[in-house]
Design a protein around this ligand. Structure first.
Ligand SMILES: [Cu+2]
Length: 108
C-alpha cells in the first residue's frame, strides 16, 4: 500500500513538473529593435509573460503601449525594456520616436 501511494505521489509530481515546464516556455519572450524596426511583427505569449524589448540599434527608441498605459521613456542603444502582460488580449506596441515602428503582442 505504501509503495502504491509513493508511486502515485511520484506520478503526480512528474505531471506537475512537466506542466510547469510547459507554462515556463511561454512566460518570457524577447523582441529586438534593429534598423528602426521590431524584429517580430507579432508574437504570442501566455498571460503573465514578460517581454524584453532589446534596443540593438544605433539610435534611441521608445516602447509605447497605450492599452497598458506604458511608456518606457527614452531607450538608448543596448537598453532593454521589460514589460509584463498580466491581462489577455491584443496589445499594439509602438515606438514614440519612429511612427513606422509597430508590432503586436497577443496574450493568451
Ligand atoms: Cu524607434
Amino acid at each position: 500500500m505504501k509503495t502504491l501511494e509513493r508511486s502515485l505521489f511520484f506520478a503526480g509530481w512528474l505531471f506537475a513538473a512537466t506542466g510547469a515546464g510547459l507554462a515556463l516556455a511561454s512566460t518570457a519572450a524577447t523582441v529586438t529593435q534593429v534598423d528602426k524596426a521590431f524584429t517580430e511583427k507579432e508574437i504570442s505569449v501566455g498571460q503573465g509573460a514578460t517581454v524584453h524589448f532589446v534596443n540593438n540599434d544605433s539610435v534611441k527608441h521608445n516602447i509605447l503601449i497605450k492599452k497598458l498605459d506604458f511608456n518606457s521613456g527614452l531607450q538608448g542603444p543596448g537598453d532593454s525594456v521589460a514589460v509584463t502582460f498580466d491581462k489577455p488580449g491584443k496589445f499594439k506596441v509602438r515606438c514614440g520616436i519612429h511612427p513606422k515602428m509597430k508590432m503586436k503582442v497577443v496574450v493568451n
